[in-house]
Design a protein around this ligand. Sequence first.
Ligand SMILES: [Mn+2]
Length: 354
Amino acid sequence: MRRRLQGLRALMQREELPAFLITHPPNCRYLSGFTGSSGVLLVTEDSSYLITDSRYREQARREAAGFTIILREGALAPELQSLLEEKGLERLGFEGEYLPFSSYNKFASGCGVELVPTGGLVEKLRAVKDEVEIGLLRRGAALADEAFNYILGVIRPGLTEQQVALELEFYQRRKGAEGIPFPYIVASGVRGSLPHGVAGSKVLREGELVTIDFGAIWKGYATDMTRTLALGRPSQRQREIYRVVKEAQERAREGLKAGMYCSEADALARHPINEAGLGKYFGHGLGHGVGLEVHEKPVLSRRSEEILRPGMVVTVEPGVYIPGWGGIRIEDMLLVEEDGAESLTNSGRELVIL
Ligand SMILES: [Mn+2]
């Protein structure tokens, strides 16, 4: 935690911010350890405060060691004002993406300091995981593999997509996961063309492909993986398109490494899909960072200007979605290393036929 605060202070210095207000809960958790749903952090060059209320008295002291805990009784703005005045600070950075306009107005009139919007400061730190975080993500990814192996023995024609989703969730929660990071996608048959086709009441049928995109939250950290499988003997076209997606995913997994632009990583998978004439059916980016949130920095897309760094954990998830036909996606979580990347999820990638 101390190293994380040091990182933030270096960024604050660069932005000429003597004080910074953190309001986005995952960012508060990342910097302080505090997991409560109501609380903000105020960080200055030499102090760090967690401002919350009496409901979190015990929890704040236990979780946010090293932070000065302030249990406020009234509004936040006057509390901030007195802290900033005490230190003679006149500029306060805030998270432009996460401070509601109504709160901004209250601070602007109640704090008596210059408010400076910022974007992505803590997110930039969070993109590169430390050893503790990598350990948690690794454990979560292993549980996702285990759950997928379990579900292979459960899935059969006649079940609804929702039943499959529930079984996957229940398996992981029984093993200690805290929850799910997003509503699971179980998209069967023609619904497979919906990249975000959340599990519905549709019944699985023989001859369909089923795309399953799921994960869990393990000690605060999200996991995210996808496999597409076949119910019964797949058609020639199903096999052919699966082969293209698998090849694209493999190229990205094998080619990804630190120092590469995220747009280059995207191109690794996009190229073989374009070559097969299926480019127009791969509408989204290659992947995204995963951590305290399931979608975080960096973004792996054609337009991304970010660079991959050792310690980033990102998904690699090319897909092909053909309206009226269905879809195929294969997704793994990768740990970016100096000269390659290690897949944290390792379920088989051959087309499973049930
Ligand atoms: Mn994903």
